[in-house]
Design a protein around this ligand. Structure first.
Ligand SMILES: [Ca+2]
Length: 306
């Protein structure tokens, strides 16, 4: 079975979705499936019935940012999947996955609202990303033809939050949390809360000894608190040491890490390009909880309160 959507090895097919009489989204190269949803009561669709009460909703062009996902798969295209949701309300926008191996795809994500924060989640089933052990795969997210994020050897997942309109909030400060899991990936959790109440968290991590990254555009005028926990209370280190001992005794293939062979788990926190914290290693275990305060915090110095 060839999962190449409607284009282009066997003809130039495509599908088009019209909304309010306008071309809203389309797809041609999308693997086995592409799902698109759209807002009915969000700012994307503006119902203007003042002049003509029976008029169809129209899309405001000022709010419309065209998003395209470009994907090149490696030898295991079916491992790759992605989902686009809004960040705050978690509304489903579109998703795709199950691709052909060693293939290129240009996926039209349609029109995004400039001031809405979105979350693109790219996942790899095996946990080694789409590069470089089994081919040179990569993905890029483009907004109005500008690449805003790309990735290749991203491990088990890349979670990329972004505003389609780069001017939102008068410039944002990039935040990145990177985790290399130990043998108990589901024990790891993180939550971040801003001084005005927005909260962020990531999905449960599933792959052991594999990388996961979370990128979030933050406001330069707010204070943030990051809480990282390990439900087993052993951080990202000790489980690894015990497990690798067990693995070496049992010669169990399930123990073999897909990416970071022999590396203890850890996590790093970067804010505006500067590393604020690195934890999880033997010398700096985070045991059960880490409260990391950063950003514009009133009379509180940047630092850690463990
Ligand atoms: Ca893979």
């Amino acid at each position: 079975m060839i999962l190449d959507g409607l284009c282009c090895t066997e003809g130039q097919g495509e599908f088009v979705l019209f909304l309010g009489g306008k071309r809203f989204a389309s797809g041609a190269q999308f693997g086995s499936k592409q799902t698109i949803s759209f807002f009915v009561e969000d700012p994307l669709v503006i119902v203007d019935q003042t002049s003509n009460p029976s008029a169809s909703p129209t899309i405001s062009p000022a709010l419309c940012y065209n998003a395209v996902l470009s994907i090149t798969t490696d030898k295991y295209g079916r491992e790759l999947a992605w989902t686009l949701r809004t960040s705050v309300k978690n509304i489903f926008v579109s998703s795709g996955g199950d691709y052909n191996s060693n293939s290129k795809y240009l996926i039209n994500l349609g029109c995004l609202v400039g001031s809405t924060m979105y979350n693109l989640l790219v996942t790899d089933l095996w946990g080694d990303g789409i590069c470089c052990g089994s081919g040179q795969g990569s993905y890029s997210l483009m907004i109005n033809n500008v690449t805003v994020k790309s990735g290749s050897d991203f491990g088990q997942l890349d979670s990329v939050r972004f505003y389609p309109d780069p001017r939102v909030g008068g410039g944002v400060v990039p935040f990145e949390l990177q985790v290399v899991t130990d043998n108990g990936p589901t024990e790891f959790k993180w939550t971040m809360v801003s001084s005005s109440g927005e909260s962020y968290s990531g999905p449960t991590l599933l792959k052991p000894k594999s990388l996961a990254s979370f990128t979030i555009p933050l406001s330069p005028s707010k204070c943030y608190t990051l809480v990282v926990t390990d439900s087993h209370g052993d951080g990202l280190t000790w489980g690894k040491i015990i497990m690798s001992l067990l693995c070496s005794i049992r010669h169990d293939n399930d123990c073999l890490p897909p990416v970071v062979k022999g590396t203890p788990g850890y996590f790093t926190v970067k804010y505006n390009g500067t590393q604020l914290h690195r934890g999880g290693l033997g010398g700096v275990p985070f045991w059960k909880i880490t409260n990391l305060k950063f950003g514009k915090c009133a009379s509180v110095a940047q630092g850690m309160d463990a």
